[in-house]
Design a protein around this ligand. Structure first.
Ligand code: IVH
Length: 675
């Protein structure tokens, strides 16, 4: 926003109000309309300015300020709240006949022949009731038993598509209901990371959403990218006539509503919608488990009323999981990075709900025996609420005499064939061989992966090639690859150019900061987050390796299993040798930048602009914050320093105009290492 010289400077209160409106407008554009008017940086700058005003004038903070979305410190138990209007659930149907029956009951109940229906996607998430008081979100409650639920307001406020204030001023008090859910990709990514870290994984996005909403620390919820779609409105501020008009009104109030909402004037039209989405549901970026069919007119809804806990004016049509039959060609074993050995179904490739399935995990030995799976069997595979296809049954009628019962092998599938073992009380088998080539492959893949050392040119294929060619046996060998030019160039698909790229990628990885290196080492239970915590508490690998179990446990958020696993890692001579050779290769094993208690930058505000080459923007911000400084998005006279990377633009110009000191990235780095 441009301010003319003649306009009086707004008071902090006025500016905060302006900023909130502006941010809310951009939030709506971004999260509801999926468009964008300003760059992320410009948005961040507005946000930072508002945060600063609120920081300097805490009395100006409002409940509905966009800054309140970032979450607050952990709360105790959730409070129980009573729903003013009970939250009903829906009766389920599974066939066209049952839908016809519903239609008949509706027509008879209303004594009319042509009720209008609205069909909506049935989002597979967690039902949520939002209360707005004087236009502001005052309560978010889970369904609970329908009468009382949990107050999860702090968590729900972090969801960007939940308006903290209703748009416009026509409606001030309202109850809005809808579904909190998670995009499938977000779910897969979170699960992937959890698996890498050896943490708990979730079966489907719904479970993960429910688990997230139960978190006590809303700052953790803010990171999970939950979504909200609204499907119900009640307000005393306006006479309401139909469900479809309510959906329209919800949109005007700033909500995201269902992706497909269709008004249908006959039950045939309803069934066409049901059938269309049964096919198309796998194209959606989120999970649905059916279609909700609702009577449109609210007076019709009132007239029909409810039985027990379900309305008579709506039903759910639940989709069956998509199934297919195929042949189980073999059961192979997969060895994970930490030595867990999992049976995998090798299937005759089959098309299922839009993708070709040729493998599916069989989880563990017991799972295979419970289904009595035999090699050569025809099996049912399905894709339903769970994103990952699974083998769900054997088609016994198709079993032939050749079908081979399967026994869990007791040796590793790798060429070393080490002994496997299954600890008492556990379902998993483990390979404890530290030089098991399969585990090594996995560890190498993890080490080089994007979130770890991010080594360009060293993907899964390259790792396989190098391991097969005997060029790498351990992580340390990666740093010897630059000396193996001739051998690499003899391999398939390798040319001088790709080799140079690999060498550059390897060299660059030696600059990765200590927490990443720690994560890359693949210590069980040490995911990205834990690695950061450990690196902060023990700023060098030497300190970490010497820390006792007790010292590890004394760190906030470090529990027994992590402490034990870290101790075990450093008690293993091979690991100690690995760390030594990686040190010699020049990897970062100390947090060069500041301990947690340093306050050198207290009271100083930094603005980062342009592209930084030796660190990411996020890292730079962390370094500043770790020293008690603040990273802000916009330059003002109060800015202490502007750090200008490559291609810095308007912020650099502005700093020069205002006489704010400008640092090059190099100067910034030396400031960091002297502080
Ligand atoms: S309407 C009284 N519409 O399905 C009607 N529900 O058992 C209240 N759901 O608890 C629900 N998408 O969590 C409605 N478009 C939609 C929905 C939907 C998902 C969930 C909701 C409800 C459950 C039905």
């Amino acid at each position: 926003m441009m301010m003319s010289l003649f306009e009086p400077t707004p008071t902090p209160h006025q500016r905060a109000t302006e900023l909130r409106e502006e941010i809310r407008r951009h939030d709506r554009l971004y999260y509801v309309d999926a468009t964008q008017e300003i760059s992320d940086r410009e948005y961040d700058a507005l946000f930072a300015e508002l945060q600063k005003i609120e920081h300097d004038h805490p009395e100006l903070i409002t409940q509905d300020s966009p800054t309140q979305r970032i979450g607050v410190a952990p709360i105790g138990e959730f409070q129980t709240v009573t729903h003013a209007v009970p939250m009903l659930s829906l009766a389920n149907t599974y066939s066209a006949e049952e839908v016809q029956d519903f239609d008949r009951r509706v027509r008879e109940g209303l004594g009319i022949n042509d009720p209008v229906y609205v069909c909506e996607l049935k989002y597979d998430g967690v039902a949520m009731s939002l209360t707005y008081t004087n236009g502001v979100l005052s309560l978010a409650a889970t369904r609970g038993d329908g009468q009382t639920g949990d107050d999860v307001t702090a968590n729900v406020k972090t969801i960007r598509s939940v308006p903290l204030r209703l748009l416009g001023d026509r409606i001030t008090n309202a109850t809005v209901r809808g579904e909190v859910y998670m995009l499938t990709d977000t779910f897969l990514e979170i699960n992937r990371r959890a698996e890498q870290a050896g943490d708990k994984t979730y079966a489907n996005p719904r479970n993960l959403t429910a688990g997230t909403l139960k978190q006590k620390d809303s700052r953790a919820v803010a990171k999970r990218q939950l979504e909200f779609t609204a499907y119900w409105l009640d307000t005393p501020d306006k006479p309401l006539t139909s469900h479809s008009a309510n959906i329209e009104l919800l949109r005007e109030l700033g909500f995201v509503t269902g992706k497909a909402v269709k008004t249908c004037s006959s039950i045939d039209e309803v069934m066409r919608f049901v059938e269309e989405w049964d096919e198309r549901r796998f194209e959606l970026p989120f999970q649905i488990d059916g279609i909700v069919i609702k009577v449109d007119l609210l007076r019709h809804q009132d007239e029909l009323g409810a039985v027990a806990r379900s309305p008579r004016w709506a039903i759910a049509y639940k989709y069956e999981a998509k199934k297919a039959q195929t042949v189980l060609n073999d059961i192979t074993l997969q060895v994970g990075r930490t030595g867990v050995v999992t049976p995998v179904a090798e299937l005759q490739p089959t098309l299922l709900a839009g993708s070709t399935i040729s493998r599916a995990t069989l989880h563990n030995e017991d799972f295979v025996h419970e289904l009595d799976l035999r090699i050569g069997d025809t099996v049912v595979i399905e894709k339903g609420g769970d994103v990952i296809p699974k083998v769900s049954a054997v088609v016994i009628e198709k079993r032939t005499l050749d079908a081979q019962p399967w026994q869990m092998p007791h040796t590793c599938p790798c060429p070393r064939q080490s002994q496997l073992h299954r600890p008492d009380g556990e379902v998993n088998w483990y390979c404890d061989d530290v030089v098991c080539p399969w585990q090594i492959r996995r560890r190498l893949q993890h080490f080089a992966s994007r979130d770890a050392m991010d080594i360009e040119g060293l993907g899964e294929k390259a790792i396989d090639q190098f391991v097969d060619a005997g060029l790498i046996e351990s992580i340390a060998d990666i740093y010897e690859l630059p000396n193996r030019r001739d051998e690499i160039l003899q391999l398939d698909r390798w040319a001088p150019k790709s080799y140079d790229k690999l060498v550059a990628g390897i060299a660059r990885s030696t600059e990765q900061p200590f927490p990443r290196v720690l994560f890359a080492l693949g210590i069980r239970f040490v995911g990205e987050g834990v690695a950061k915590i450990l690196a902060r508490a023990f700023p060098s690998i030497d300190e970490l390796s010497m820390a006792t179990h007790e010292q590890l446990m004394s760190v906030h958020e470090i529990g027994d299993s992590i402490a034990t696993s870290v101790r075990e890692f450093f008690e293993d001579a091979d690991n100690v040798a690995l760390v030594e050779s990686l040190k010699n290769a020049g990897l970062q094993f100390t947090s060069t930048y500041a301990g947690p208690s340093s306050q050198e930058f207290a009271g100083k505000t930094f603005v980062l602009t342009g592209e930084l080459t030796s660190m990411t923007r996020k890292e730079a911000e962390e370094y500043i914050e770790a020293r008690g400084g603040k990273a802000s998005g916009s330059v003002s006279k109060k800015t202490s320093y502007v750090v200008a990377g490559e291609n810095a633009g308007s912020k650099l110009t502005k700093a020069q105009e205002l006489g704010v000191p400008v640092l090059t990235e190099e100067e910034f780095r030396s400031l960091l290492s002297t502080s």
